[in-house]
Design a protein around this ligand. Structure first.
Ligand SMILES: Cc1cc2nc3c(=O)[nH]c(=O)nc-3n(C[C@H](O)[C@H](O)[C@H](O)COP(=O)(O)OP(=O)(O)OC[C@H]3O[C@@H](n4cnc5c(N)ncnc54)[C@H](O)[C@@H]3O)c2cc1C
Length: 389
């Protein structure tokens, strides 16, 4: 049976390793980090409800539990035709029959972006955001702005939910400390209707939530640059801000740019619904690295990355056995998230039939905390997995 090299140790890479191992394939996973970072629960790091460690699973523990090999070393080059991967240490890997690309995505670089911190970037940025917010609280008053950007070439790479979550969590934290009135909170985004992917009902509800929490809103004008003291827009307006959290939209991973793999205009790997790549029989791509097929409202999400990964466990194994049966990810496309506010949450669901946003005061927050606990422990094999989760 052929050996498999998985590039990346996030939602897609780890789940692919688990499912390929279930079929007894010989699996090696490479990651630049020695931990699997659970992005959805990282939204509590800025307000101190979680730490980098508490939302991570050490990859060596996962490797031990599921019996795959682990290499912690950054990939600096990937030649798809030669199936050759070059690592930061100088090591070259070219002896694997199958390669699964699961490197996630990069972020669009905007002018002055170094004046911002993102909840969706390098994990250390979430911790830095926590420190900056703490400093502002010690100062006693200030202006905080949080938002997200668009990608005109791929709407599925726009990630807005975590911006809403972190902003509402900051509001709740300041309210609990009894100092909310000393801070100005602003949400910003360039599009006219940010969050529209979640459906029209959600937009109405978001506006109500902003009004209830006294969060200002600046939308509908392109962001031109970021300064140390704020955000500039095409309509010549500026939001003043002491702490700016900005989620730039996703773009293709830089390592894939020269890999020779077919890429979309936005730099994502072009695959079919079975995560196969035309012209590269032994290479598959999954998760955020992939140019997502499907409807306009589609979004790159962790649960979609995991469906692709499970399918690879099946499709790649079947390919190695000359069995033609394959699984597609298309029927599993939906938007599913519990949008946390620190004292509750809203359940968001979107599919071809439209969108729903259901408020879940108090219990929603604990549901999301519970999911984080379940996710970590089930991945480590300490508790059984619930089918479909
Ligand atoms: C704050 C936040 C909240 C979210 N909330 C939700 C949610 O509620 N529900 C949901 O479904 N989705 C959510 N998502 C989306 C979800 O996290 C992503 O869709 C998911 O992480 C994609 O998985 P992936 O494995 O493709 O990419 P990633 O998880 O980004 O993993 C990529 C992996 O590749 C590794 N890597 C990158 N570059 C290199 C390199 N050069 N060399 C070696 N290794 C490398 C990284 O270390 C990482 O291990 C959220 C995302 C964020 C950022």
């Amino acid at each position: 049976m052929g050996s498999v090299l998985i590039l990346g140790g996030g939602f897609a890479g780890v789940e692919a390793a688990i499912y390929l191992r279930k079929n007894n394939m010989d699996v090696t996973l490479i990651s630049n980090r020695d931990y699997f970072y659970i992005y959805p629960t990282s939204i509590w790091i800025p307000t101190g409800g979680a730490t980098r460690e508490s939302v991570s699973i050490p990859l060596d523990e996962l490797a031990r539990e599921h019996n795959f090999k682990l290499i912690v070393d950054p990939i600096i080059d990937f030649d798809a035709k030669q199936k050759k991967v070059s690592l930061g240490s100088g090591r070259i890997l070219d002896e694997y029959q199958y390669i699964v690309v699961a490197l996630g995505q990069d972020k669009i670089k905007m002018k002055g972006i170094e004046n911002t911190l993102s909840i969706c970037g390098a994990p250390q940025e979430a911790t830095q955001l926590h420190h900056k917010l703490q400093e502002l609280i010690v100062k006693g008053s200030g202006k905080i702005a949080m938002g997200f950007g668009g990608n005109p070439t791929d709407s599925s790479a726009v990630r807005g939910g975590p911006a809403f979550e972190v902003l509402f969590n900051v509001h709740t934290m300041l309210k609990r400390k009894g100092i909310r009135d000393k801070f100005e909170l602003t949400f910003f985004a360039p599009m006219e209707k940010p969050g529209q992917k979640m459906g029209d009902n959600a937009l109405v509800m978001m506006d109500k939530m902003f009004a209830m929490t006294n969060i200002k809103k600046k939308v509908g004008s392109k962001i031109t640059s970021f300064d140390p003291d704020g955000i500039n827009f095409e309509d010549n307006k500026k939001i003043e801000s002491d702490v700016t959290m900005f989620i730039s939209a996703g773009t293709g991973h830089s390592v894939l740019a020269n890999s020779g793999l077919p890429l979309s205009e936005a730099g994502f790997v072009v695959t079919n619904e079975y995560n196969e790549i035309e012209g590269f029989e032994d290479i598959y791509a999954i998760g955020d690295s992939v140019a997502l097929l499907g409807p306009q409202w589609r979004a790159k999400q962790g649960h979609v990355a995991e469906v692709m990964a499970k399918n690879i466990g099946y499709n790649l194994f079947n390919h190695s056995q000359n069995i033609s049966s394959k699984k597609s990810y298309i029927e599993h496309l939906n938007i599913l998230c519990v949008m946390d506010t620190g004292d509750g949450a809203a359940f968001v669901y979107r599919d071809d039939n439209g969108g729903k946003m259901i408020p879940l005061p108090i219990v929603g927050h604990w549901m999301k905390k519970g999911w984080g606990w379940y996710f970590r422990n089930s991945k480590l094999g300490k508790i059984p997995r619930i089918p479909g989760m």
